[in-house]
Design a protein around this ligand. Sequence first.
Ligand SMILES: NC(=O)c1ccc[n+]([C@@H]2O[C@H](COP(=O)([O-])OP(=O)(O)OC[C@H]3O[C@@H](n4cnc5c(N)ncnc54)[C@H](O)[C@@H]3O)[C@@H](O)[C@H]2O)c1
Length: 339
Amino acid sequence: MTDTERTGAAQRIDVVVVGAGRMGQGIARAFLAAGMDVTLADVKETDEDRVRYRKAAEQQVIERLRPTGSDSDQVPQLVVCDRESAQSRLATADVVFEAVPEVIEVKRSILSWVDAHVAGDAVIASTTSTFLVTEIADLVEDPSRVLNAHWLNPADLMPLVEVSRSDRTDPAQVERMTELLRRIGKIPVVCGPAAGYIVPRLQALVMNEAARMVEEGVATATDIDLAVRAGLGTRFSVLGPLEFIDWGGGDILYYASRYLTAQLGDRFRAPAVVEDNMANRRRGLQDHTGFYEYDPESTAAYQAGRIREFEELLRLRGPELRADPVLSERPAPPPESDR
Ligand SMILES: NC(=O)c1ccc[n+]([C@@H]2O[C@H](COP(=O)([O-])OP(=O)(O)OC[C@H]3O[C@@H](n4cnc5c(N)ncnc54)[C@H](O)[C@@H]3O)[C@@H](O)[C@H]2O)c1
């Protein structure tokens, strides 16, 4: 339990989001929706762009908050400001999220500007989806306060935020960030400085394999998408993939990987940990150990709990999954010989 939860006191935290584009606006909305004030700094250089972006950002943030039932009197304060007035906001900031385009020169220039004006003890979080936090840490003077907070789009709705730290990040700053994210209802996970963090790395494999199946004519785009929404997505929203290896049996994955590698190639080869678990009878629930440990006394209750989660999920999602597809597929291109 955090100090805030223990005392019930809402300690004020100054949050500044630098960059008022898609992610910047979504992050601002996430704080506002949780009842926290936020400063959204629009830092684009030219006057014309500045005014245009600032107006659009303000409008979009307010618009998106309305359907959540926020009473206009109770809407927390959103300050959308330009580069000049952002400087005084940075000077008192506790947390800064950098959300400017994914171009290293732009990140470098904005982060050095942030660094020059920000309070000495503020956490600086990039929202980059590709650069490693180690590269971002090099762009400011004190790397111990730099981390990456990878929000998923739309940032105000998606619960997950992947917090990535470098070897030089102060663990206290990681703790500070994860506590703040929990306070606004997000679900943070922490990972090291590895390309693709957790979600982009997993989803790239799934999306590329789905595209490959369309290319090979295995199934239509509609059927592949439905298979993922009704099968994979439904399953993985209740059981994580490692939990599911244990649930279904590490032996199933071991044999499936061998077969798929022989049929489809090396990208299906199981990593050593899967082979090792198989060799040492750590196949999951059946061995009471795998990626997790299972107490035989409480396993039935654990499984019943997960089944209830599936039932609850399908009660909500079933109608949409059974509805007609909303998209029309692009017709397949003519065979090469007809072109
Ligand atoms: N869009 C996504 O789905 C998504 C998802 C996860 C992470 N991210 C990351 O979030 C960050 C921001 O991405 P985005 O999609 O919000 O970008 P965006 O283009 O929507 O917005 C970027 C903002 O930066 C400003 N900007 C543009 N050029 C600038 C410049 N030269 N100097 C200063 N400011 C400038 C723009 O005015 C805009 O306010 C990126 O690092 C991106 O990788 C994006």
